[in-house]
Design a protein around this ligand. Structure first.
Ligand code: NAG
Ligand code: NAG
Ligand code: NAG
Length: 942
């Protein structure tokens, strides 16, 4: 505004000057024209009078005497003379007037010229400064390039195995029992750069089960389907690093157990069939045997590998005994109780309130099945059974204690069911004494949704490190947001515990802590309850919820063990709206309105370095990647959370790319405008515009970006199905301009992870948003310090609806607190664009399409969900609509109504409202600070 005001002021002065001049001219010309006229009038009067006088001279005696002395001739001569004088005076006056006008015009022209030159001078001065800075920066970059004696490491050739596994002799059983990765796994098939190729034996083609067993058909189909989406899958067994074999869930062909066991007493898995697998290589190296429980949650189905020679193969299932489980080699997984893939949020309960109806619940019953028969098949010896007895005794004591607790006089409510009503024998085939589930899946869900904590017993047999039932109970609990309290938690291990931090999700207790349980649960504050519940849901959604997430997780954990990076995330290819032959016309458009302030060097496009941490991210931040903000399934070019160097590192050997202010001495505005400074190396940003059939508005917006420092390129997402008219003259702004065709008109396209977004920082702007250069650059500099947050200009908030008292309202009123920054003018890390498409449930993008609205709210939800931080608002701007533009959509009332609905719907999908409030706004450091005259502020106006 400052600029246009100033320009306006200048204009106004000129105009004022002009006005005054013209007034003077009018006055002057009036005078100049009137003088001859008046003279003429008087002269004629004199003439008339004199005639009159002569005539009346005879009759009047009181006439002035001198007139009487004038004779007619004299009078005539004098009159004529006067006429002559009048004529020459007026022609002289005319001459003078025209000369005066000419001079006036010249003067005006000169004044204008001077003004222009003055303006030009200051402009050139700024331009010169800017060029100087640009040259300096270019020199620094060049020096850096020269000093860099080691070129960027070239990627080694992708090494994959190129032959089938050789046939090795079988591994003796006792060695196989002690398998570890170093002793049983063939690392030579899995080079660091191999990309971890995974081969799947088609479960329909290769059967490894005894004749009266089969693998669950649903699993067979789903496995093939979901692994088909996994980028590691290869069809070439020669290059594969690991080979997947589906061995369960095993189901009997006949329902008659006695027949199955009685006749042949065959376990489901046929070890000879395993050895006949074409790539088994004699000992099953790098083979992974998947036994995924789905329907039968009893331990009996769980331990399918007992008494089967599996050689060096890695076993994956939910049930293991301590003696059979080879830590860091075999893998405990959760049963696949969920859908094949897709959205799972509908399954979940809302996270709030923190404290639910029941403080603690339990539904289960100790079942004792015949100790003989199937039991022996699964390898429990007598000492195991003795152990079972003692645990059983302890569990009986625990049950008594819990029953007492349930009757206690505190306000806390408990829901305990120690005897299943109605009696439920369907899912019980434990083969030993263990806790069985009561109720049906949905009836338990009902109770779990009402429970703050849920009690889960470790297997009654201490021999078990994990059972399917235990894992299933954890699955159920997390799905409904009941925090698992595992009694005997010191005895068991949970799924993927080499990567998932279960301590953040469950409470593990030795059985004897039962008497302290109530006290402990009461001692947890709401914030921690919600933290655990949220973490549980996060892990459940990511790793356990569907068949797809389970398979992806299994593959990722094995890959992680070998320190092989994930495959790079896929970008959306940017397809130009123009065909190859068409060259859009580009013209230089001069745009008034940018103030003369040198804001930084103009440099050629410099892309953010990418994929620098392929081999170190999972080493240094593996825990966070798996348990916090990360995505262990994909490799990203950069992350908003990449670590910072210590500030002295850039002066002591690691300075490459850094542009410290005043070369490290710091400084005020002048030095500040010359270098990017900050804690990160130099970088640029991309401007991303979403547009729909507003060509002129768009062109004006683009034109305004001319000369913007640190601008890498401009990407326009062309949402209209109609291509731009070929006559359009695109502004040449000195940075690359890409016009990208959108597959369809959708506001979700605002966050497409396009492959031509080459910088981490993306400035997302509406095509009609009018941001000044200094505002943009200030926003960019602030974003560089809050790379994981949305940093932008228009603030909004979600307000509690006091009328309904259970929902949110979207609010755009001026306010001292905000919780969202609109993405119509905000910096966002490119990483979030991937997450928007990969992480966000489809239901949210569908809602955005349904309303043609709310994509910015969705992005705010996503980022706050991941960071648990509010966005950052910069500068005093609250709103952006240009006053002259036609009323934009968002002022519309239905638009507002939809936004209320969006917030409430998104809250439902996330299970809570991730938005957080902030009362803070960023202004530049010396803003409104008195500084000495020889110093400059960081920015003139902000
Ligand atoms: C390319 O696009 C231009 C303008 O849209 C059009 O005139 C021309 O025919 C197109 N050429 C081809 C080969 O499609
Ligand atoms: C890291 O991975 C990416 C994507 O596969 C690749 O382009 C890049 O060259 C890799 N960098 C290194 C240093 O290996
Ligand atoms: C904004 O403020 C005005 C006047 O203060 C009020 O009438 C209006 O309801 C407010 N809008 C919202 C969405 O709260």
């Amino acid at each position: 505004m400052g600029t246009s005001n100033e320009i306006n002021k200048q204009d106004f002065c000129l105009w004022l000057g002009h006005l005054k001049l013209s007034r003077i001219i009018i006055v002057l010309s009036t005078i100049l024209f009137l003088v001859p006229l008046i003279t003429h009038y008087y002269l004629s009067n004199v003439e008339n009078n004199s005639i009159h006088i002569t005539h009346s001279a005879h009759s009047h005696t009181d006439l002035p005497e001198d007139l009487n002395y004038l004779n007619d001739l004299d009078l005539k001569v004098r009159v004529e003379e006067l006429y002559r004088i009048k004529g020459s005076v007026s022609s002289e006056l005319r001459d003078m007037e025209s000369k005066r006008q000419k001079l006036q015009q010249e003067l005006q022209a000169y004044t204008k010229n001077i003004e222009q030159l003055k303006f030009e001078l200051s402009h050139q001065q700024t331009e010169l400064n800017r060029l100087k800075i640009s040259v300096e920066q270019a020199q620094v970059a060049q020096k850096e390039a020269l000093e860099q004696n080691t070129p960027d490491l070239a990627l080694p050739k992708r090494l994959t195995a190129n032959q089938l596994p050789a046939i090795f002799p079988m591994l003796p059983r006792n060695l196989a029992r002690n398998c570890r990765m170093f002793s049983c796994f063939d690392h030579s098939r899995c080079s660091l750069t191999s990309g971890f190729p995974v081969y799947l034996y088609d479960p329909d083609q290769y059967t490894v089960m005894h004749s009266n067993w089969d693998v669950d058909g649903f699993l067979k189909t789903t496995l093939k389907q979901t692994l088909g989406y996994n980028p590691h899958l290869t069809n070439d067994p020669k290059e594969a690093c690991i080979y997947l074999v589906l061995v369960g869930e095993a189901l009997k062909d006949t329902d008659d157990i006695s027949e199955a066991f009685g006749n042949s007493n065959l376990p489901p898995l046929d070890s000879r069939a395993l050895k006949r697998l074409p790539y088994w290589g004699g000992d099953g190296r790098n083979h992974v045997l998947l036994n995924l429980a789905r329907r039968d949650l009893s331990a009996a189905s769980g331990n399918i590998f007992t008494n089967v020679d599996t050689g060096r193969a890695i076993l994956v299932q939910s049930t293991f005994t301590h003696s059979s489980f080879r830590s860091e080699f075999d893998l405990i997984v959760s049963p696949v109780l969920g859908p094949p893939g897709g959205d799972v949020w509908q399954e979940c309960a809302p996270m709030l309130p923190a404290r639910r109806k029941y403080l603690l619940s339990f539904q289960g019953e100790i079942k004792s099945n015949s100790k003989y028969g199937p039991t022996n098949l699964y390898g429990l010896d007598d000492s195991d059974l003795a152990n079972t007895e003692s645990y059983f005794e302890l569990d009986r004591f625990i049950v008594e204690h819990l029953k007492e607790m349930g009757k206690s006089s505190t306000a806390d409510k408990f829901y305990f069911e120690f005897e299943c009503i109605p009696a439920n024998d369907d899912n019980i085939n434990t083969g030993f004494q263990d806790w069985a589930l009561c109720g049906t899946d949905s009836s338990r869900k009902f109770i779990l949704r009402d429970s703050t904590f849920v009690l889960i017993f470790a297997p009654a047999t201490a021999e078990y490190v994990s059972t399917t039932l235990l894992q299933a109970r954890i699955y159920e609990a997390l799905r409904s947001g009941a925090i698992p309290v595992i009694l005997g938690g010191d005895q068991i291990r949970l799924a993927y515990d080499e990567v998932i931090q279960w301590k953040r999700i469950c409470i593990f207790l030795p059985r004897v802590r039962i008497t302290e349980l109530h006290f402990l649960l009461r001692a947890l504050p709401d914030s921690d309850i919600l933290l655990m519940r949220r973490q549980g849901r996060l892990m459940w959604e990511k790793y356990l919820a569907s068949v797809q997430s389970t398979l992806d997780t299994i593959v990722a954990v094995l890959r992680d063990r070998l320190n092989i990076p994930p495959l790079p995330v896929e970008n959306v290819p940017a397809v130009s709206v123009f065909n190859e032959t068409f060259q859009p016309t580009q013209v230089i458009v001069n745009v008034d309105g940018e103030q003369d302030e040198s804001l930084g060097p103009l440099e050629p496009p410099y892309n953010s370095p990418a994929y620098r941490r392929n081999y170190s991210l999972l080493i240094t931040q593996g825990h966070e990647v798996w348990n916090d903000w990360g995505d262990p399934f994909h490799l990203y070019p950069t992350l908003p959370t990449d670590p910072l160097l210590p500030s002295d590192a850039k002066f002591l050997g690691s300075g490459r790319g850094f542009r410290p202010i005043g070369q490290g001495q710091g400084g005020a505005g002048k030095e500040f405008s010359e270098a990017l400074g900050g804690n990160n190396p130099r970088e640029q940003f991309t401007v991303l515009l979403l547009t729909y059939e507003r060509e002129q508005v768009l062109l004006d917006s683009i034109a305004r970006l001319r000369g913007l420092p640190y601008l890498n390129s401009v990407v326009v997402v062309w949402n209209s199905p109609k291509p731009p008219s070929p006559e359009l003259r695109w502004p040449d702004i000195g940075a690359p301009l890409h016009i990208v065709k959108a597959a369809r008109n959708s506001l979700n396209n605002r966050f497409l992870p396009l492959d031509n977004l080459k910088t981490e920082a993306v400035l997302s702007v509406d095509d009609d948003a009018h941001l000044r250069h200094d505002e943009i650059l200030f926003g960019f500099r602030v974003w560089r310090e809050h790379r994981d947050r949305i940093v932008g200009f228009p603030g909004r908030y979600h307000a509690w609806d006091l009328n309904t008292a259970n929902s949110w309202l979207y609010n755009s009123n001026y306010s001292c607190e905000l919780s969202m920054v609109l993405t119509g003018a905000a910096f966002i890390h490119r990483h979030y664009f991937h997450l928007y498409w990969k992480w966000l449930p489809q239901a949210i993008r569908d809602k955005v399409d349904e309303y043609m609205n709310c994509e910015d709210i969705a992005m705010n939800f996503l980022v706050s969900h991941i960071t648990r931080q509010p966005p950052v608002k910069v500068t005093s701007r609250w709103t952006f609509r240009c006053p002259g533009c036609p009323q934009s959509l968002s002022e519309d009332d239905t638009h507002f109504q939809e936004r209320h609905k969006c917030i409430n719907f998104f809250t439902q999908v996330f299970g809570y409202t991730p938005l957080l409030n902030t009362q803070y706004r960023a202004d530049s450091i010396l803003f409104k600070t008195r500084i000495p005259h020889d110093k400059q502020k960081c920015f003139k106006f902000i």
